[in-house]
Write a protein that binds this ligand. Structure first.
Ligand SMILES: C[S@@+](CC[C@H](N)C(=O)[O-])C[C@H]1O[C@@H](n2cnc3c(N)ncnc32)[C@H](O)[C@@H]1O
Length: 197
C-alpha cells in the first residue's frame, strides 16, 4: 500500500513536469487553507529542486513574484520561469529583506526546509526545530501583516511546545499532514493564517 501511494505521486509529478512529488503537499495545503493568491509576492525557503517554486510561480501569475532560497546550487531547470528569483544562501545568513533584493515584505512565506537527516530521532527533531525557530525569528521582518505561512516541521515534544508559544502571532494556526506524505516520514506542516501586527 505504502509503495503504491509513493509510486502514484512520483509518477504524477513526472507526468505533470514537476521537479518533486512534494508539490502535492503544498497543493493540498493551498486548496484547503487558500494560502496563495494571484499577484502575491512569495518567499520559498528550502526550494530545491523546485516543485513548490513551480507551483507557486503558476499560482501567483505573471504579476506575482517568487523568491526562492536554498543552500544548494541554483537549479537551472527553473530558468524558464520568468516571475522568480533564485538565491543560493543558508537561511541562517539571512537577516533583512535587502539580503534577498526585496523592496517590501512578502505576502506568503513558505518553508519546506529539512535538515540532513541522521536517522537518530532526537538529533533530526532538534535540527528541524532549529530551522523552524529561525523561520519564526525572521517572520516579522519578512512577512507582511495579514500574511500567511506554511512551515515544515518534524514531530516531537519540543516542536509542539515551540509552536504553541508562537500561536498568538497569527489569527489562526493549523496543522496538517498531507495525504502524499510518505508513511515513514515524521514531518507535518504548520499553517499560519493572517500574521498579526
Ligand atoms: C525537502 S527539500 C525541499 C523540496 C522543495 N520544496 C521542492 O518542492 O522541490 C528541503 C530543502 O531544504 C534545504 N535546506 C536545509 N537547510 C537549509 C538552510 N539552512 N538554508 C537553506 N536551505 C536549507 C535543503 O538544501 C533541501 O533542498
Amino acid at each position: 500500500m505504502t509503495f503504491k501511494v509513493q509510486d502514484y505521486y512520483f509518477k504524477k509529478a513526472k507526468k505533470e513536469n514537476y521537479l518533486a512529488r512534494s508539490v502535492y503537499k503544498l497543493e493540498e495545503i493551498d486548496k484547503k487553507f487558500k494560502i496563495l493568491k494571484k499577484d502575491n509576492l512569495v518567499l520559498d525557503l528550502g526550494y530545491y529542486p523546485g516543485s513548490w517554486t513551480q507551483y507557486t510561480s503558476k499560482r501567483v501569475g505573471v504579476r506575482g513574484h517568487v523568491v526562492a532560497v536554498d543552500i544548494q546550487d541554483i537549479n537551472k531547470s527553473l530558468s524558464n520561469l520568468l516571475n522568480i528569483q533564485v538565491f543560493q544562501k543558508d537561511v541562517f545568513e539571512i537577516r533583512d529583506i535587502k539580503d534577498l533584493n526585496l523592496a517590501t515584505k512578502v505576502d506568503v512565506l513558505l518553508s519546506d526546509m529539512a535538515p540532513n537527516t541522521t536517522g537518530i530521532k532526537s538529533v533530526d527533531q532538534a535540527r528541524s526545530l532549529d530551522l523552524v525557530v529561525k523561520i519564526f525569528e525572521i517572520m516579522p521582518t519578512f512577512l507582511k501583516k495579514g500574511g500567511n505561512t506554511v512551515v515544515k516541521i518534524f514531530e516531537g515534544p519540543d516542536a509542539q511546545t515551540f509552536l504553541k508559544s508562537q500561536k498568538h502571532l497569527f489569527q489562526k494556526m493549523e496543522y496538517l499532514r498531507p495525504k502524499s506524505t510518505r508513511s515513514v516520514s515524521k514531518e507535518f506542516f504548520v499553517i499560519g493564517i493572517g500574521l498579526k501586527a
